[in-house]
Design a binder for this molecule. Structure first.
Ligand code: ADP
Ligand code: MG
Length: 462
């Protein structure tokens, strides 16, 4: 081995080349501890001081390192990256992976290290269900979903910053948290910070008050992945916007990933500084739209399945038709229907779904429907007087119209059996039940009668 090829000399030359290839800051951070431990037949054995550096270099700097090794030891030279502890090699990992390969994370060590950082620094704990696996993809959110996946898998790759915008309850927070989950489980050591922009504002103000801006800055500017939810809340907060501008620049220049969500596109956030607007547009701006009918159905199916329930098609159709504004509303509808079924011990069908959502004939929507209208409709058809129905006469010509009126009152108003009995000649609740039962029997037995009642109901619904 000539003097020029001693490990120390090779280390010095390798450092020199690396300093040309990365910024001084990055060199100090990642390569200052890199050593050539030995060389043999066009192969350099390199070591770094800990598994964290090893991981990092393999993930982000394999290309850079390969180039540097080629410059120092020839174009065909290969290298192996090892970890030392107190000067002794402790780990002999496989050859460096191709850039996009996900590094191994034996026993989830890196994952739990990532989780620890997250817990200590983020202001919320992640919702376990907000994962990519639980996210239903449709035309309304396809782009946002794909970009979020790409960012989680290769932070600071193609889409930086990633700016997701869309109305309330359409899945922005879900996607942001899914990125956190995926990135932290990726087997790479990553400092992930997820915050609402309110927290950013509050911590900034607190830092100013305590005269501790440098710690605040360090916290935000040293992460790998910064996700800020609801960035539109920075509107009108000009000093915070300025601070965020600098945070943004630092992270961006260091090739760290930034993900933002907002209820509107960058240029429509009121009083947002122009320079922030333009930066938000540097990466990818993806809108999440209101889901269409089929996506709504798919989401409903999914939410029911999550609770081990299968919703009948007619119920799915009904809910998908009715709940068309956002996904939170869809979820709420499923919860209501399941809760109602549980409470009443009934099977889930269309009628139950209607009732659960306050849509049924028994429900609030029709509660305002007055008794008067029912009496009008019935009296007109049977050609009797309202006072006859209220009275106590029991002649056949009165009994049927009275029973029909009781039946309709029961169905279309919130009145109790007792109240209904009192209105129709001071009868008790069992008489009302009997009347309702009679009408139901007749509806079942006599199609022409069923049709008549159906017509009454249609008229009352109008
Ligand atoms: P935003 O932050 O846009 O207001 P969220 O992310 O809080 O909306 O979403 C509201 C609810 O809807 C959450 O419970 C979320 O899990 C759910 N949700 C939103 N989009 C989807 C989707 N595509 N698939 C499954 N659930 C979704
Ligand atoms: Mg949200």
């Amino acid at each position: 081995m000539s003097q020029a090829d001693t490990p120390d000399e090779l280390t010095r030359r390798l450092h020199e080349v690396l300093k040309q290839l990365v910024t001084p800051r990055k060199f100090d951070l990642w390569f200052a501890g890199l050593r050539v431990a030995g060389s043999e037949a066009g192969r350099l054995e390199l070591t770094v001081q800990n598994p964290f550096h090893h991981e990092w270099i393999r993930t982000y700097y394999t290309d850079v390192l390969t180039r540097a090794v080629h410059q120092v030891a020839g174009d065909d030279a290969e290298h192996e990256l090892l970890v030392t502890e107190d000067g002794a090699v402790v780990e002999s990992p496989d050859a460096p992976p191709v850039a996009e390969a996900v590094p191994v994370d034996p026993a989830g060590k890196i994952t739990s290290q990532n989780a620890r950082y997250f817990q200590q620094n983020s202001d919320v704990s992640l919702h376990q269900k907000y994962t990519f696996d639980n996210f239903v993809v449709g035309p309304s959110n396809q782009l946002a979903h794909a970009a979020a996946m790409a960012v989680a898998e290769a932070p600071a790759g193609s889409y930086n910053p990633l700016f997701l915008h869309g109305g309330c309850g359409l899945g922005k927070t879900h996607l942001l948290q899914a990125i956190c989950h995926r990135a932290m489980d990726s087997g790479r050591a990553l400092k992930v910070l997820y915050l609402s922009s309110e927290t950013f504002v509050n911590q900034f103000i607190a830092a100013i008050e305590q005269g501790d801006l440098s710690r605040f800055r360090y916290k935000y500017r040293s992460v790998d992945l910064l996700l800020i939810d609801d960035i539109h809340l920075l509107a009108n907060k000009e000093r915070t916007q300025d601070e965020f501008f600098h945070t943004f620049n630092t992270l961006y220049n260091d090739q760290r990933q930034i993900v933002l969500s907002s209820d509107s596109p960058p240029s429509e956030i009121p009083t947002l500084r122009e320079r922030l607007i333009s930066r938000f547009k540097w990466g990818l701006v993806a809108q999440i739209e209101t889901p269409g009918y089929e996506t709504r159905q798919a989401i409903l199916r999914r939410k029911a399945k999550d609770r081990d329930i299968e919703l009948p098609e007619e119920v799915l159709d009904f809910l998908a038709e009715k709940m068309n504004r956002n996904i939170r509303e869809l979820e709420g509808a499923v919860t209501k229907v399941l809760g109602y079924a549980h409470l009443t011990g009934r099977a889930i069908d269309l009628e139950l779904a209607r009732e659960a959502l306050g849509e049924s004939d028994h429900s609030t929507q029709h509660q305002s429907l007055g008794l008067d209208r029912i009496l009008d409709v019935v009296c007109a058809h049977f050609n009797v007087k309202v006072s006859d129905l209220h009275g106590r006469r029991r002649t056949q010509s009165i009994v049927l119209p009275r029973q029909v009126a009781m039946y309709l009152t029961r169905k279309f108003t919130p009145m109790s059996l007792v109240e209904i009995g009192a209105r129709f000649g001071g009868r008790d609740h069992s008489t009302v039940l009997y009347a309702v039962g009679k009408i139901e029997e007749r509806i079942a037995a006599q199609p022409s009668f069923a049709q008549l009642i159906g017509e009454f109901e249609n008229r009352l619904r109008r």
